[in-house]
Design a protein around this ligand. Structure first.
Ligand code: SF4
Length: 349
C-alpha cells in the first residue's frame, strides 16, 4: 500500500477518497496524484496515444441548450446536412491525412438526422476507417443495435451535468430536456452490442466537484453492470465565459489536471481523451497524466474537410489547429507512440 503525504492510498481509491481529494487544494497532493497517474498510465498503456478526428455531417438541432451556439433558434449559424456523396468525399479527404479513427457527429435533430441517415453515413465511413464512432442524440436500444450491425464501434454521449435542477435550467426546450432519457442511454448502448462508450460532463455548467463524482459513480456502476464494454472519459470545458448571464463557472487548468489525474487513478483501464477545445500548450502538458486519446487535425464545421471549408460555422472554437502530422510529430518528440488504429471489428466485418 502506497500512502503518500495525504494519507490517501492513491492505488486503491474509493469514491470517498475522491471526495476528500476534491475538497483539498493542496499542491503536494496534486503532485503526488500527477506522479501516480503518470506511472499508472505507463503501466497500462505504455507510451501510446490514439489519434482520431471528428467528422461533422449535420448541424440541425431541436434543442435549446443555453450554452451552445448550435441551439435550435440560433439565426447566426448556417444549417446544413451532407448528402451521402458529400460524406464520402469528406471521409476520403480525412482518411488521406492518415486518420484511421473517425467520430461522426450531427446536431441533435431526429428530424434532419434520422437514425437511418446516421446509419448510412456510418456505413460509408466504415469503408475508410477501421474505427467508427458516433456522437449523436440519444437513441433507442434497437437503433443503437442497428448502428452496431452497421459497423459502429463506439458511442460518445455527454450527460452535460448530473445536477438535475441545473440541467433543467440550462436545457430550455427540445427532447434533450428529458434528463432521464439521456442518463439512461449508456445502458441502452451497452445492451446493443456496441463495445466502446465515452462519457463526460461539460465542465463549467455547475460546481464540477459534484458533477465529476456523479460521473464517476455512474461509470463505475456501468462497468459492473456491463463488464464486456470499455468505457472512456472526456472532460470538455466551456472555454470563454463572456456572457455570464447563466452563471457559468470557470474551471482552471490546475483543476483540470486534478480531474484528469483522479479519473486515471479511479479508472486505471479507461481511455481518457483531451479535445481540441484545449490549447496546444495545455494538451501537450496534460498528456503526461493519464490521457490516452486525442483528436488531431480537427474541423468542427459541417463538411469542414472538403465541402464548406470557407465557412466558420463550427460548434465550438478549435484552440489546437495543428494538423494530424503536426500532432504526431509533437507526440514522437515527447517520447510517445502515436497510434492511428488499435481496434478492428471482426464480428461485423
Ligand atoms: S449542445 Fe448539442 S443539443 Fe444542445 S444546442 Fe448544441 S448541438 Fe444542440
Amino acid at each position: 500500500m502506497n500512502k503518500g503525504l495525504s494519507g490517501i492510498d492513491l492505488a486503491h481509491l474509493t469514491i470517498d477518497d475522491i471526495r476528500r481529494i476534491f475538497s483539498y487544494d493542496d499542491r503536494g497532493l496534486l503532485e503526488e496524484m500527477a506522479h501516480a497517474a503518470r506511472e499508472l498510465t505507463r503501466r497500462q498503456f505504455g507510451r501510446t496515444i490514439s489519434l482520431y478526428a471528428p467528422l461533422y455531417i449535420a448541424n440541425y438541432c431541436q434543442n435549446e441548450c443555453v450554452y451552445c451556439g448550435f441551439h435550435a433558434s440560433s439565426k447566426i449559424i448556417p444549417r446544413s446536412k451532407l448528402a451521402m456523396d458529400e460524406i464520402d468525399r469528406e471521409c476520403a479527404a480525412l482518411a488521406a491525412t492518415g486518420i484511421r479513427s473517425c467520430l461522426i457527429l450531427t446536431g441533435e435533430s431526429r428530424f434532419h438526422s434520422s437514425p437511418q441517415y446516421i446509419r448510412d453515413a456510418c456505413i460509408i465511413a466504415g469503408r475508410y476507417f477501421p474505427y467508427v464512432a458516433v456522437e449523436v442524440y440519444p437513441l433507442e436500444e434497437h437503433e443503437y443495435r442497428e448502428l452496431y450491425l452497421a459497423g459502429v464501434d463506439g458511442v460518445t454521449l455527454y450527460q452535460e451535468t448530473y445536477d438535475r435542477a441545473r440541467y433543467d435550467e440550462l436545457h430550455l426546450t427540445g427532447p434533450k430536456k428529458v434528463y432521464d432519457y439521456r442518463v439512461q442511454a449508456p445502458d441502452r448502448i451497452a445492451r446493443s452490442g456496441i463495445r466502446h462508450i465515452s462519457m463526460g460532463v461539460l465542465l463549467g455548467l455547475t460546481d464540477w466537484h459534484q458533477d465529476i463524482i456523479a460521473l464517476f459513480e455512474h461509470v463505475r456502476h456501468l462497468e459492473r453492470a456491463y463488464p464486456g464494454v470499455e468505457f472512456g472519459l472526456a472532460f470538455p470545458r466551456l472555454r470563454r465565459v463572456i456572457d455570464d448571464e447563466h452563471h457559468y463557472i470557470e474551471v482552471s487548468d490546475r483543476e483540470m489536471v486534478k480531474i484528469m489525474c483522479a479519473a486515471r487513478l479511479f479508472f486505471p483501464r479507461a481511455g481518457i481523451s483531451i479535445s481540441t477545445r484545449e490549447t496546444p500548450e495545455f494538451r501537450d502538458r496534460i498528456i503526461e497524466f493519464g490521457v490516452t486519446k486525442m483528436s488531431a487535425g480537427s474541423s468542427t464545421r459541417v463538411g469542414g474537410y472538403v465541402e464548406r471549408a470557407e465557412y466558420d460555422d463550427g460548434q465550438f472554437q478549435v484552440f489546437d489547429p495543428r494538423s494530424f502530422d503536426e500532432v504526431k510529430a509533437m507526440l514522437v518528440a515527447k517520447g510517445f507512440d502515436p497510434v492511428v488504429t488499435d481496434w478492428r471489428n471482426i464480428v461485423n466485418s
